[in-house]
Design a protein around this ligand. Structure first.
Ligand code: SAM
Length: 240
Protein backbone atom coordinates (compact mmCIF):
# COMPACT_ATOMS: atom_id res chain seq x y z
CA UNK A 1 0.00 0.00 0.00
CA UNK A 2 1.24 3.47 -0.78
CA UNK A 3 0.15 6.65 0.94
CA UNK A 4 -1.57 7.69 -2.25
CA UNK A 5 -3.56 4.46 -2.14
CA UNK A 6 -4.49 5.47 1.39
CA UNK A 7 -5.67 8.85 0.32
CA UNK A 8 -7.57 7.76 -2.74
CA UNK A 9 -9.07 4.63 -1.24
CA UNK A 10 -12.79 4.53 -0.84
CA UNK A 11 -13.65 4.91 2.78
CA UNK A 12 -16.49 3.17 4.47
CA UNK A 13 -18.74 5.00 6.89
CA UNK A 14 -16.65 5.37 10.00
CA UNK A 15 -19.12 3.60 12.25
CA UNK A 16 -16.33 1.95 14.25
CA UNK A 17 -14.34 5.14 14.53
CA UNK A 18 -16.41 8.13 15.65
CA UNK A 19 -14.96 11.42 14.47
CA UNK A 20 -11.80 12.55 16.21
CA UNK A 21 -9.65 15.54 15.33
CA UNK A 22 -6.93 13.87 13.22
CA UNK A 23 -6.33 10.18 12.67
CA UNK A 24 -3.25 8.43 11.26
CA UNK A 25 -5.32 6.19 8.98
CA UNK A 26 -8.20 6.04 6.58
CA UNK A 27 -10.17 2.82 6.84
CA UNK A 28 -9.85 1.31 3.38
CA UNK A 29 -12.75 -0.65 1.97
CA UNK A 30 -10.22 -3.33 0.85
CA UNK A 31 -11.79 -6.58 -0.25
CA UNK A 32 -11.63 -9.51 2.14
CA UNK A 33 -10.58 -12.84 0.62
CA UNK A 34 -12.67 -15.94 1.28
CA UNK A 35 -9.93 -17.21 3.62
CA UNK A 36 -9.75 -13.91 5.51
CA UNK A 37 -13.50 -13.92 5.84
CA UNK A 38 -13.32 -17.43 7.34
CA UNK A 39 -10.57 -16.25 9.67
CA UNK A 40 -12.83 -13.51 10.98
CA UNK A 41 -15.66 -15.99 11.58
CA UNK A 42 -13.68 -18.91 12.95
CA UNK A 43 -10.39 -17.60 14.32
CA UNK A 44 -11.38 -14.29 15.89
CA UNK A 45 -12.55 -16.03 19.11
CA UNK A 46 -9.05 -17.58 19.36
CA UNK A 47 -6.85 -14.63 18.45
CA UNK A 48 -9.04 -11.53 18.65
CA UNK A 49 -9.58 -9.20 21.59
CA UNK A 50 -12.97 -7.55 21.55
CA UNK A 51 -13.26 -3.82 21.37
CA UNK A 52 -14.05 -2.20 24.68
CA UNK A 53 -12.91 0.30 27.21
CA UNK A 54 -11.57 -1.98 29.92
CA UNK A 55 -7.84 -2.15 30.59
CA UNK A 56 -6.40 -5.35 29.12
CA UNK A 57 -5.26 -7.97 31.61
CA UNK A 58 -2.30 -9.22 29.55
CA UNK A 59 -1.32 -12.15 31.83
CA UNK A 60 -4.94 -13.35 31.78
CA UNK A 61 -5.17 -12.93 27.99
CA UNK A 62 -2.00 -14.93 27.32
CA UNK A 63 -2.43 -17.30 30.25
CA UNK A 64 1.01 -16.56 31.65
CA UNK A 65 3.35 -13.72 32.60
CA UNK A 66 5.95 -13.16 29.87
CA UNK A 67 7.59 -10.14 28.21
CA UNK A 68 5.11 -8.41 25.89
CA UNK A 69 5.84 -6.89 22.47
CA UNK A 70 3.17 -4.64 20.95
CA UNK A 71 3.18 -3.95 17.20
CA UNK A 72 1.15 -1.00 15.96
CA UNK A 73 -0.11 -1.07 12.36
CA UNK A 74 1.12 -4.58 11.49
CA UNK A 75 -0.38 -4.49 7.97
CA UNK A 76 -0.84 -8.13 6.95
CA UNK A 77 1.00 -9.39 10.02
CA UNK A 78 4.08 -10.91 8.38
CA UNK A 79 6.56 -9.53 10.88
CA UNK A 80 4.28 -10.11 13.88
CA UNK A 81 3.77 -13.77 12.93
CA UNK A 82 7.48 -14.28 12.22
CA UNK A 83 8.42 -12.74 15.58
CA UNK A 84 5.93 -14.76 17.57
CA UNK A 85 7.13 -17.93 15.83
CA UNK A 86 10.78 -17.08 16.57
CA UNK A 87 10.10 -16.15 20.22
CA UNK A 88 7.70 -18.57 21.89
CA UNK A 89 8.99 -17.28 25.25
CA UNK A 90 7.47 -13.82 24.59
CA UNK A 91 3.89 -12.65 24.01
CA UNK A 92 2.86 -10.49 21.04
CA UNK A 93 -0.07 -8.11 20.77
CA UNK A 94 -0.88 -6.53 17.40
CA UNK A 95 -3.12 -3.54 16.74
CA UNK A 96 -4.33 -2.87 13.20
CA UNK A 97 -7.41 -1.16 11.76
CA UNK A 98 -7.34 -2.87 8.34
CA UNK A 99 -9.70 -5.85 8.66
CA UNK A 100 -8.31 -7.91 5.75
CA UNK A 101 -4.83 -7.51 7.28
CA UNK A 102 -6.15 -8.75 10.63
CA UNK A 103 -7.71 -11.73 8.81
CA UNK A 104 -4.34 -12.44 7.13
CA UNK A 105 -2.50 -12.36 10.47
CA UNK A 106 -5.02 -14.79 11.99
CA UNK A 107 -4.47 -17.20 9.08
CA UNK A 108 -0.70 -17.07 9.63
CA UNK A 109 -1.21 -17.63 13.35
CA UNK A 110 -3.49 -20.61 12.70
CA UNK A 111 -1.09 -22.17 10.17
CA UNK A 112 1.82 -21.94 12.61
CA UNK A 113 -0.34 -22.86 15.63
CA UNK A 114 0.84 -19.74 17.44
CA UNK A 115 -0.23 -19.52 21.07
CA UNK A 116 1.50 -16.25 21.88
CA UNK A 117 -0.20 -13.76 19.56
CA UNK A 118 -3.40 -11.74 19.97
CA UNK A 119 -4.91 -8.93 17.95
CA UNK A 120 -7.02 -5.83 18.49
CA UNK A 121 -8.77 -4.26 15.48
CA UNK A 122 -9.03 -0.63 16.50
CA UNK A 123 -7.22 2.72 16.50
CA UNK A 124 -3.94 2.02 18.30
CA UNK A 125 -3.84 5.48 19.86
CA UNK A 126 -7.15 4.87 21.62
CA UNK A 127 -6.14 1.35 22.65
CA UNK A 128 -2.90 2.65 24.13
CA UNK A 129 -4.69 5.47 25.94
CA UNK A 130 -7.50 3.37 27.40
CA UNK A 131 -6.52 -0.28 27.52
CA UNK A 132 -2.79 -0.67 28.04
CA UNK A 133 -1.48 -0.17 31.57
CA UNK A 134 1.47 2.15 32.10
CA UNK A 135 4.78 0.32 32.39
CA UNK A 136 3.40 -2.94 30.98
CA UNK A 137 5.23 -3.30 27.63
CA UNK A 138 8.73 -4.63 27.01
CA UNK A 139 8.84 -3.51 23.41
CA UNK A 140 6.72 -1.39 21.09
CA UNK A 141 7.20 -1.76 17.32
CA UNK A 142 6.17 0.81 14.74
CA UNK A 143 7.41 -0.48 11.40
CA UNK A 144 6.77 1.51 8.23
CA UNK A 145 3.87 3.63 9.52
CA UNK A 146 1.88 5.49 6.86
CA UNK A 147 4.26 8.29 5.83
CA UNK A 148 1.63 10.84 4.78
CA UNK A 149 4.23 12.51 2.51
CA UNK A 150 2.28 15.62 1.52
CA UNK A 151 3.04 18.52 3.79
CA UNK A 152 -0.62 19.30 4.42
CA UNK A 153 -1.03 15.71 5.68
CA UNK A 154 1.98 15.66 8.02
CA UNK A 155 -0.39 16.25 10.95
CA UNK A 156 -1.79 12.75 10.26
CA UNK A 157 1.54 11.05 10.94
CA UNK A 158 1.16 8.87 14.01
CA UNK A 159 4.53 9.96 15.40
CA UNK A 160 3.69 13.21 17.19
CA UNK A 161 4.90 14.44 20.62
CA UNK A 162 1.77 13.31 22.56
CA UNK A 163 1.91 9.87 20.92
CA UNK A 164 5.58 9.46 21.82
CA UNK A 165 4.88 10.45 25.45
CA UNK A 166 2.07 7.89 25.50
CA UNK A 167 4.35 5.15 24.12
CA UNK A 168 7.07 6.04 26.64
CA UNK A 169 4.62 5.77 29.55
CA UNK A 170 3.47 2.31 28.41
CA UNK A 171 7.01 0.89 28.32
CA UNK A 172 8.43 -0.66 31.45
CA UNK A 173 11.85 0.62 32.57
CA UNK A 174 14.30 -0.99 30.14
CA UNK A 175 11.58 -1.31 27.47
CA UNK A 176 12.39 -0.32 23.88
CA UNK A 177 10.49 1.63 21.21
CA UNK A 178 11.61 0.49 17.73
CA UNK A 179 10.68 2.31 14.55
CA UNK A 180 11.53 1.93 10.86
CA UNK A 181 10.59 3.88 7.76
CA UNK A 182 11.65 4.14 4.14
CA UNK A 183 10.74 7.83 3.89
CA UNK A 184 13.72 10.01 4.73
CA UNK A 185 11.63 13.01 5.65
CA UNK A 186 9.57 10.88 8.08
CA UNK A 187 12.78 9.36 9.50
CA UNK A 188 14.07 12.86 10.26
CA UNK A 189 10.73 13.76 11.84
CA UNK A 190 10.84 10.56 13.96
CA UNK A 191 14.38 11.26 15.11
CA UNK A 192 13.51 14.82 16.13
CA UNK A 193 10.18 13.95 17.76
CA UNK A 194 11.15 10.78 19.63
CA UNK A 195 14.55 12.29 20.44
CA UNK A 196 12.80 15.20 22.17
CA UNK A 197 10.94 12.90 24.60
CA UNK A 198 12.64 13.19 27.98
CA UNK A 199 11.40 9.74 29.06
CA UNK A 200 13.38 7.97 26.33
CA UNK A 201 17.07 7.54 25.45
CA UNK A 202 18.39 6.96 21.95
CA UNK A 203 20.06 3.55 21.59
CA UNK A 204 22.32 4.95 18.88
CA UNK A 205 25.71 5.94 20.27
CA UNK A 206 25.80 9.02 17.99
CA UNK A 207 22.23 10.14 18.67
CA UNK A 208 21.11 9.18 15.15
CA UNK A 209 19.77 6.04 13.51
CA UNK A 210 20.63 2.46 14.51
CA UNK A 211 21.67 -0.47 12.29
CA UNK A 212 18.90 -2.66 11.01
CA UNK A 213 18.18 -4.92 14.01
CA UNK A 214 18.52 -8.66 13.30
CA UNK A 215 15.28 -9.02 15.19
CA UNK A 216 13.27 -7.13 12.53
CA UNK A 217 11.85 -9.62 10.01
CA UNK A 218 12.15 -8.64 6.35
CA UNK A 219 8.61 -8.19 5.04
CA UNK A 220 7.40 -8.27 1.43
CA UNK A 221 6.78 -4.53 1.78
CA UNK A 222 10.44 -3.91 2.61
CA UNK A 223 11.69 -6.41 0.01
CA UNK A 224 9.77 -4.52 -2.66
CA UNK A 225 11.28 -1.27 -1.38
CA UNK A 226 14.75 -2.78 -1.57
CA UNK A 227 14.16 -3.80 -5.20
CA UNK A 228 13.12 -0.22 -5.94
CA UNK A 229 16.29 1.01 -4.26
CA UNK A 230 14.61 2.59 -1.23
CA UNK A 231 16.75 3.20 1.85
CA UNK A 232 15.41 2.25 5.27
CA UNK A 233 16.04 4.11 8.54
CA UNK A 234 15.80 2.23 11.84
CA UNK A 235 15.45 3.93 15.22
CA UNK A 236 15.49 2.51 18.75
CA UNK A 237 14.83 4.34 22.02
CA UNK A 238 14.96 2.86 25.49
CA UNK A 239 13.08 3.89 28.60
CA UNK A 240 15.82 4.03 31.25
C1 SAM B 1 2.25 1.44 5.53
S1 SAM B 1 1.37 0.20 6.41
C2 SAM B 1 2.72 -0.77 7.05
C3 SAM B 1 2.29 -2.13 7.47
C4 SAM B 1 3.39 -3.00 8.12
N1 SAM B 1 3.87 -2.43 9.35
C5 SAM B 1 4.53 -3.30 7.18
O1 SAM B 1 5.65 -2.92 7.48
O2 SAM B 1 4.28 -3.92 6.14
C6 SAM B 1 0.78 1.06 7.87
C7 SAM B 1 -0.34 0.31 8.58
O3 SAM B 1 -0.68 1.00 9.78
C8 SAM B 1 -2.08 0.90 9.98
N2 SAM B 1 -2.44 2.01 10.88
C9 SAM B 1 -2.24 3.34 10.67
N3 SAM B 1 -2.65 4.05 11.73
C10 SAM B 1 -3.10 3.15 12.65
C11 SAM B 1 -3.68 3.28 13.95
N4 SAM B 1 -3.83 4.50 14.54
N5 SAM B 1 -4.07 2.18 14.59
C12 SAM B 1 -3.92 0.94 14.02
N6 SAM B 1 -3.38 0.75 12.78
C13 SAM B 1 -3.00 1.85 12.11
C14 SAM B 1 -2.66 0.99 8.59
O4 SAM B 1 -3.94 0.41 8.53
C15 SAM B 1 -1.62 0.21 7.77
O5 SAM B 1 -1.98 -1.15 7.64
Amino acid sequence: MTPDDTESARTRPDADFPRRAVRSFVVRAGRMTVAQDRAWRELWPRFGIEDGGDPLDLPAIFGRTAPVTLEIGFGNGESLAALSMAHPERDFLGIEVHRPGVGHLMLLAEAADLRNVRVVCHDAVEVLERRIADGSLDELLLYFPDPWPKKRHHKRRIVQPPFVELVARKLRPGGVFRLATDWQNYAQHMLATVGACRLLENESHDGGYVSRPDSRPLTRFEERGQRLGHDVWDLAFRRP
